[in-house]
Design a protein around this ligand. Structure first.
Ligand code: HEM
Length: 253
C-alpha cells in the first residue's frame, strides 16, 4: 500500500517534469537539460522508460549527496576541534574570498571529512545486486552460477580488522594519501566495476563545496540534548532524527 502510494506520487512528479519540458520544447525554446534531450532525441523510448530514466538520476544524485553533506556537518557540529581545523585550513586558502570548487584540492582535510563520512555513513550501504552468470570465486568463496550477490558496504566499513575504532569518525584516516583518488575505492561508497557510480566526481565536488561553504560561513554546534544520532536505512542512510544545530555567522575579516 505504502509502495503503491509512493509510486503514484513519483509518477505525478515525473509527469509534471515531463509535461513542463514538452511545453518548453513546443514553444521552440533551446534544449537546455537532460529531460529536454530525452524527449526530443530519443523517439524509441516508451513513456515508462522516460519516467525511469528521469527518476534514476534524481534519486542517485540528490539524496546521496544531500545525506553525505548532512552527516558531515553533523559530525563537525559534534566535534568543535575538528570543525576548527577545517575552518582554519579553509581560511588559510581563501582568506576573505568565498570557498569554491576550485579550492577543494587545496584543503586536504576536507577530503578527509568527505571520505570519512562516506565510510561511516555510506549513503548506499548495500551495493545494488550482482548476478553471477558463471561459477566463480571471490575472496576464497565459491559463488555458483545463478547466484545474486549483495555486498554489504556498511559491514566492510565497520570491520574492526580493516579499520581501527571504526565506530569513531576520524577524517585523519584519509590524510596520508593527500586526496588520493584511490580513496574513492577504500570505502567502496560508490560501488565498483562496470557499474560503478557515474557521478562520484560530481558528488564529491558538490558535497565538498557545500561542506566547505557551510563551515566557512557558520560556526556549528549541536543543540543541547542532540549529542548522539543514529542512522536508518531507507534507500539511503538517513538520520533517524532531524539534525538540530545552533549556527552562528562567523565574523567577516
Ligand atoms: C555521495 C554521493 C553518491 C554516492 C554515495 C553514490 C553511490 C552510488 C552507488 C553505490 C552506485 C552503485 C554502484 C555499483 O553498483 O557498483 C551508484 C550508481 C550510480 N550513480 Fe551514484 N552515488 C552518489 C552520487 C551520484 C551523483 C551526483 C550522480 C550523477 C551525477 C550519480 C549517478 C549514478 C549513476 C548514473 C549510477 C548508475 C551507474 C550504472 O548503473 O551504470 N551518483 N551510485
Amino acid at each position: 500500500m505504502k509502495i503503491q502510494r509512493l509510486c503514484t506520487r513519483r509518477q505525478a512528479v515525473m509527469d509534471a517534469l515531463i509535461s513542463e519540458a514538452k511545453s518548453r520544447i513546443a514553444s521552440g525554446q533551446e534544449l537546455n537539460c537532460y529531460v529536454d534531450h530525452l524527449l526530443s532525441e530519443v523517439k524509441s523510448l516508451t513513456e515508462q522508460q522516460i519516467t525511469m530514466l528521469l527518476w534514476e538520476p534524481i534519486i542517485e544524485t540528490s539524496d546521496t549527496t544531500l545525506v553525505t553533506t548532512e552527516w558531515a556537518v553533523y559530525e563537525l557540529a559534534k566535534d568543535p576541534m575538528r570543525q576548527d581545523r577545517l575552518f582554519q585550513e579553509i581560511q588559510s586558502v581563501c582568506g576573505s574570498n568565498k570557498f569554491t570548487e576550485e579550492n577543494i584540492a587545496q584543503v586536504p582535510y576536507l577530503g578527509g571529512v568527505f571520505h570519512e563520512t562516506l565510510r561511516k555513513y555510506s549513503p548506499a550501504p548495500i551495493v545494488p545486486l550482482r548476478f553471477a552468470h558463471e561459477d566463480t570465486e571471490i575472496g576464497g568463496y565459491f559463488i555458483p552460477a545463478g547466484s545474486e550477490i549483495a555486498i554489504n558496504i556498511y559491514g566492510c566499513n565497520m570491520d574492526k580488522k580493516q579499520w581501527e575504532n571504526p565506530e569513531e569518525w576520524q577524517p585523519e584516516r584519509f590524510l596520508d594519501g593527500q586526496n588520493d583518488p584511490a580513496d574513492l575505492y577504500k570505502t567502496m561508497a560508490f560501488g565498483a566495476g562496470k557499474r560503478v557510480c557515474a557521478g562520484s566526481l560530481q558528488a564529491s565536488l558538490i558535497a565538498c563545496t557545500a561542506i566547505g561553504r557551510l563551515v566557512q560561513e557558520f560556526k556549528w554546534n549541536l543543540r543541547e540534548g542532540e549529542e548522539e544520532s543514529v542512522d536508518t536505512v531507507g534507500l539511503t542512510t538517513h538520520k533517524l532524527n532531524p539534525f538540530h544545530a545552533i549556527i552562528r555567522p562567523r565574523p567577516r575579516n
